[in-house]
Design a protein around this ligand. Structure first.
Ligand code: SAM
Length: 489
């Protein structure tokens, strides 16, 4: 920021750092050195998601958040208003976790008392009203996080001397607003904001990030000293635009850092298991429903599910714990594709990508938010009864047991995205066996579902424990008892 001229200092009165910075910013404004002077909704030109800043006043100078101390910035829109940005600090019960911000509205505090304690109810006016309007209008809000190590799930990539605590975390949508009693007993407005998917991850949100966020602003004489360099990672480069070659609903790209020369192992991308032997399968017997299986007590597939609906109306698992075997409606059923009991046999439903991890070889991460209990992908390969079938010496890691353990899925030669998903001692995916409109308990499909909400950019993982046979040194950084994986003999 601009060199501060101390001519105007009152003798004897020492200014706080914030006062000096605000004054410097005001001098820059008088000299027409502010950037992006017109308030706007959405991204601000010249500023990228992941850019970090040293001082709050800088946000004002560059037009990212045009308030020196208020957390909510907003602008007029017709006769109404819209929020443009918020700065989320760890104060006032604010919180950030996995792309979700909990933000306590402004007001209610006695400005003459420098404390967090509210002394009257917050009002639905100014910034609070603007945030509500943004929620109603589904208008995006810029979120700047203050990385104070207060947020749950923050990748603490910065060391203690980290000097650039403000991170532009991109655009969020206001999801809900509630009025609740704050700690002081007075009413506050609580806003929940969700990060819009398809945005680059910042090093706050992802351990193996994708952004190079070193930026310079021409008018800044106060240079960003990048002693934080360790947390910045190279921009990833797209190596393959779609490994499924159009077979999946969304292209699955392969990305690596610029200097990575590793090539993806060659294999055939499949969207259905390949049965290399003749397996005796029961004659398919689907349901006769013509009403979309609405009357589920009469639906033969629901009856097989013990009269329970395995999926809710959003086609997400009704329960993560119940039913390890799910009978879905399929080709032998009379219902249509709109039936809520047809979920996991249509390929991936979220944008996924293959990337090079630091210590586990290739891995899979999601490019969009995946709600808990959603279907993520199948684990497909060649199905056979002889586990010596594979040709690679390390094939154990690429062969999973199916059903009762007498049949195996080998993904060494043919497979889908499931073959690249790594183990974690704290996984975000869970396996379920799913049939496809038949009685077949022997040859179900292995399907992966989200065990929790998974933010965009997060690596996908499941627990290999029950499906592995050898000993593998685990690099998932969890120091639980399971930190080394015992494989089944
Ligand atoms: C099914 S593959 C997963 C994809 C694999 N990373 C690749 O590059 O093809 C299983 C192999 O990934 C590696 N792997 C998976 N999870 C791991 C973990 N938590 N720690 C270390 N290595 C892991 C091991 O080499 C294992 O043999």
């Amino acid at each position: 920021m601009h060199q501060y001229n101390s001519d105007s200092d009152q003798p004897g009165k020492r200014k706080s750092k914030t006062e000096v910075l605000v004054e410097a910013a005001m001098i820059m404004q008088r000299r027409h050195q502010w950037e992006n002077t017109e308030k706007r909704v959405g991204h601000v030109p010249g500023i990228e998601v992941g850019d970090r800043f040293q001082y709050r006043a800088e946000l004002n100078v560059i037009g990212l958040h045009r308030q020196f101390s208020n957390g909510i910035d907003y602008m007029a829109k017709g006769s109404s208003s819209l929020a443009t940005s918020i700065v989320v600090t760890g104060r006032y019960d604010n919180a950030w976790k996995s792309g979700t911000v909990v933000y306590i509205g402004h007001g209610g505090r006695n400005p003459s008392v420098r404390s967090n304690v509210s002394c009257h109810d917050q009002k639905l006016e100014r910034g609070n009203l603007a945030l509500k309007n943004s929620m109603d209008a589904k208008s995006p809000v810029r979120v700047i996080l203050k990385d104070e190590n207060l947020f749950d799930g923050v990748d603490n990539c910065a060391n203690k001397s980290y000097n650039f605590p403000f991170v532009y975390d991109g655009l969020y949508l206001v999801d809900t607003m509630t009025q609740e009693r704050g700690k002081s007993g007075k009413f506050v407005f609580k806003f929940i904001l969700k990060r819009i998917s398809e945005q680059p991850q910042t090093c706050i949100g992802i351990k193996e990030g994708v952004m190079d966020n070193s930026r310079k602003f021409a008018n800044f004489t106060l240079k960003k000293r990048h002693n934080s360099r360790s947390c910045l990672v190279q921009k990833d480069v797209i190596r393959i635009s779609d490994i499924s070659e159009g077979k999946e609903k969304f292209p699955i790209r392969v990305v690596t850092p610029m200097d990575c020369v590793q090539k993806l192992p060659s294999f055939n991308y499949i969207v259905n298991n390949i049965y290399s032997e003749r397996f005796t399968q029961p004659i398919p017997h689907g349901c006769d429903c013509v009403d979309g299986c609405v009357d589920y007590e009469r639906c033969a597939c629901y009856v097989k599910n013990g009269g329970r609906k395995p999926y809710d109306c959003n086609k997400r698992l009704a329960s993560l714990v119940e039913s390890s075997l799910i009978y879905e409606c399929g080709p032998s059923c009379k219902c249509t594709s709109a039936c809520t009991n047809r979920v996991s046999h249509h390929g991936i439903q979220f944008q996924l990508e293959i990337f090079m991890t630091k210590l586990k070889g290739w891995g899979v991460r999601t490019r969009s938010f995946i709600p808990s209990r959603s279907f993520v992908c199948a684990y497909l390969g060649e199905v056979h009864s002889n586990r010596q079938y594979g040709s690679r010496p390390d094939f154990d890691d690429y062969i999973l047991k199916l059903g009762d353990g007498k049949i195996f899925i080998d993904v060494t030669r043919c497979g889908n995205i499931g073959r690249f998903i790594n183990h974690s001692c704290s996984p975000n995916l869970i396996f379920k066996y799913v049939t496809n409109g038949c009685n077949d308990k022997i040859l179900p499909y292995k399907m992966l579902f989200a065990l929790k909400d998974i933010p965009a950019g997060r690596e996908l993982s499941y627990d290999y424990n029950s499906s592995k046979r050898k000993f593998m040194k685990c690099n998932c950084f969890k120091t639980t008892e399971k930190s080394k994986i015992e494989k089944i003999k």
